[in-house]
Design a protein around this ligand. Structure first.
Ligand code: XMP
Ligand code: MG
Length: 174
């Protein structure tokens, strides 16, 4: 599939905003140890940049949910593919996601992890398409609110391509 790419958020803008988020998160958690749970695959680059800017003790785990496949529209169904390794009980859990869209994924994951009785549970999304919610959901930390356009790069894919682009780009199709 080919499409025209337009830079929406440059790598340097993302880096600046990630630094701000890390400062805010560091303040909020003070000396508590955070269990950062990365939602694969889309958040892997954001995760790597964010945790290297955090100045609080951090542990990292991963989980995976099904992606859109080759389409740009959500099926509305969240499919669990891989859970975290260790129990979250009593831990300060911060879920890190690439993009918050309909809200279905983070709503589902929050309920799922909450059932493991963490000491606290918050969410951080690099991008937020606020206009697209199908369930009410607000992330505790948001990098950028964006319009309803399909974006790729900086971890985000279309059909598993473009994840390696350093910028977040709008994918213009057709
Ligand atoms: P929901 O709808 O559950 O979606 O909030 C979150 C997941 O949807 C994917 N998503 C996108 N992926 N470009 C992408 O590459 C986009 O513009 C986009 N919008 C939503 C993404 O996998 C996210 O984890
Ligand atoms: Mg994804």
């Amino acid at each position: 599939m080919s499409g025209r790419l337009e830079v929406l958020l440059s790598a340097s803008r993302i880096a600046e905003r990630t630094e701000e988020l890390a400062v805010q998160i560091g303040r909020d958690y003070a000396d508590r140890k955070i269990l950062v749970v990365s939602v694969l695959k889309g958040s892997f680059i954001f995760l790597a940049d964010l945790v290297r800017k955090l100045r609080v003790p951090v542990q990292i785990d991963f989980l995976r949910v099904a992606s859109y496949g080759a389409a740009t529209e959500s099926t509305g169904m969240v499919q669990f593919r891989m859970d975290v390794d260790a129990p979250v009980t009593g831990r300060h859990v911060l879920i890190v996601e690439d993009i918050l869209d309909t809200g279905l994924t983070l709503d589902y994951l929050k309920r799922h992890l909450q059932s493991g009785q963490p000491a606290s549970l918050r969410t951080c999304a690099l991008l937020d398409k606020k206009g697209r919610r199908r369930v009410p959901f607000e992330a505790d930390y948001v990098g950028f609110s964006i319009d309803d356009q399909f974006v790729v790069g900086y971890g985000l894919d279309f059909d598993e391509c473009y994840r390696n682009l350093p910028d977040v780009c709008i994918l213009h199709q057709g």
